[in-house]
Design a binder for this molecule. Structure first.
Ligand code: TMP
Length: 205
């Protein structure tokens, strides 16, 4: 059986990526595709428990290394338990955040060495790379206003969020074959249509 398509959504806070991941999921399902929608950190019992620790505003003392390792731990479990089995069954997997989030947030944002994070990422994901990554780009001030800045990550300094955004744009530039950049300050339906068109073109390849 042909391996399923692996699509990820990336972006800074308030970019609307979760909304668009869900919209794409509904679109493909309606057309009869077998699709799985998952999020990171989360998607399994263990990974959702890790998510709670990561986003809890009480965990002010969390070191950036602890943070990076917890995101990777959550990912390793999700890949093993849900993503690889679904792809092997030929299902399309739509994932709200993946390894690029770690590179953008803990790498560009938090200052952890990118090469080291990539190696650790390969360890966590068994080298799994998305077929297509949508990067929803938004200015950090607007994004944080939209998201409401309520969890531990959103409460990080504004300069951190600026580095994350710039990091994402660098990642997209470095991997043009996989990234598809979406400017979000547009009509939401127009964005969905652009995403759908891109995915359908990939499916028919
Ligand atoms: P969410 O708000 O998109 O659900 O993501 C949860 C938060 O976790 C968000 O602030 C981004 C952050 N994050 C990282 O910092 N590194 C990662 O590897 C992942 C997956 C998420």
């Amino acid at each position: 059986m042909k391996r399923g398509l692996f699509i990820t959504f990336e972006g800074s806070e308030g970019s609307g990526k979760s909304t668009h991941a869900k919209r794409l999921y509904n679109f493909l399902k309606k057309r009869g595709y077998t699709v799985v929608l998952l999020r990171e950190p989360g998607g399994t019992r263990i990974s959702e428990a890790i998510r709670k620790i990561l986003l809890d505003t009480k965990n002010k003392k969390m070191d950036i290394k602890t943070e990076a390792l917890l995101y990777l731990a959550s990912r390793a479990q999700l890949v093993k338990e849900k993503i690889i089995p679904a792809l092997c069954e030929g299902k399309t997997v739509i994932l709200d955040r993946f390894q690029d989030s770690t590179l953008a947030y803990q790498g560009y944002g938090g200052g952890i060495n990118l090469e080291f994070l990539k190696k650790m990422g390969d360890f966590a994901t068994a080298g799994l790379i998305p077929d297509l990554t949508f990067l929803l780009d938004i200015a950090p001030r607007e994004g944080l206003r939209r998201s409401g800045s309520s969890d531990r990550m959103e409460k990080k300094p504004f300069s951190f969020h600026q580095r994350v955004r710039k990091g994402y744009l660098k990642l997209a530039k470095k991997n043009p074959q996989r990234f598809f950049l979406i400017e979000v300050n547009r009509d939401i339906d127009a964005i969905s249509e652009e995403i759908q068109k891109k995915v359908l073109s990939l499916i028919s390849e």
